[in-house]
Design a protein around this ligand. Structure first.
Ligand code: HMG
Ligand code: MG
Length: 298
């Protein structure tokens, strides 16, 4: 059955902007996050503490986190790939970090320069250290459905990794269709396996929209009772190590659908559409979100 309320994790400032060719100025990032918070988003992923040589777009995450460190009402996770990243996140004042493991060997190598086992051992250390300093840790399972290098992924393999992340102490594990190849049959198989391995209230879903399936995949997972969804304002997004993957599910499209279903989100859709239009202006393009476009031109 559908949930009564859905918590949206806005990943645009991180998953969206990490993939832009031009580095977005700090002032525009701060303004984007301010607009998203004003629209009612309670969780906004602010950036990542990764190697600036690997992902130069996120090199100013310390300044983003420092800017918002006193806003208690909003949860702002930041990605950390290792203990070094955790230390930087802590120093900037982050209270929530996210670790990101991949279900496949080749994606793990491409994204983290580590094997699956190495990256899990590293994330166990990071999670333990973060929790010992009173921080919360979110987990990602990349390639939960499909891998850009290995093809379709067996649902049990992704679910097993989700269980490892939950056992480590991640409060929530986000199951990701990194390449956006899933359609609802595969999305459901992935989600059912995840639910069998991890309590359903600790599972989130994260769909990229390469084949235009992100919204329908999300609806299929909501019907199973999953109630946390990652999305990105204006459909920004992609991973530099997943060639050809499109942006994330657009937050505007998600909120429009949830409003229509009578499912509470606490988000002001008009304000969200404005936030999407603003960042699209900065990037010099039209919003990718269909609901955003429709509402902006009315
Ligand atoms: P490496 O080259 O094996 O690591 O990279 P290293 O330890 O040899 O370090 C290389 C350099 O990076 C060194 O600097 C380190 O000091 C520095 P140098 O001496 O060469 O000048 N370094 C760091 N700097 C800042 N912060 C750090 C850090 N760590 C090392 N934390 C590493 C290994 C993990 C660092 C690298 O592979 C990396 O940064 N990977 C991150 C890649 C990334 O951000 N990918 C995108 C996010 S994941 C995603 O988009 C998927 C998701 O959306 C879900 C989905 O859709 O699937 C979450
Ligand atoms: Mg992603």
């Amino acid at each position: 059955a559908l949930p009564n309320a859905v918590r949206i994790v806005e990943v645009g400032p991180r998953d969206g902007l990490q993939n832009e060719r031009a580095v977005v100025p700090l002032a525009a990032k701060l303004s984007l996050i301010e607009s998203l918070v004003a629209a009612g988003l309670g969780t906004v992923e602010a950036g990542s503490f990764v190697s600036p040589r690997w992902v130069p777009q996120m090199a100013d995450t310390d300044r983003v986190v420092t800017h918002f460190r006193s806003s208690d009402a909003v949860e702002m996770p930041v990605l950390v790939p290792n203990l070094r990243g955790l230390e930087l996140a802590k120093a900037a004042g982050a209270r929530t970090v996210a670790v990101f493991a991949a279900a496949t060997v080749l994606f793990s190598r491409a994204n983290l320069n580590a094997s699956r086992a190495e990256s899990l051992a590293r994330f166990a250390e990071v999670t333990a250290a973060a929790r010992a300093s009173g921080m919360r840790v979110r987990g990602y399972v990349s390639c939960a459905v499909h891998c850009p290098y290995e093809g379709w992924v067996e649902p049990g393999k992704a679910a097993e990794l989700a269980a490892s992340l939950a056992d480590m102490g991640c409060y929530e594990v986000s199951m990701c269709d990194t390449t956006g190849a899933a359609s609802p049959g595969r999305a459901l198989a992935m989600a059912r396996a995840a639910i069998a391995a991890v309590p359903i209230d600790r599972i989130a879903v994260h769909f990229h929209d390469t084949f235009g399936q992100a919204l329908v995949n999300t609806l299929a997972c909501l019907e199973l009772g999953i109630s946390v969804v990652d999305s990105s304002v204006s459909g920004l997004g992609g991973c530099p190590y997943s060639p050809g993957a499109a942006g994330n599910l657009a937050t505007e499209d998600l909120v429009y659908m949830l409003d229509g279903l009578g499912i509470a989100t606490g988000i002001d859709l008009d304000a969200l559409v404005k936030a999407g239009a603003e960042i699209s202006d900065v990037l010099g393009r039209k919003p990718i979100s269909r609901a955003g476009l429709a509402l902006a031109t009315r």
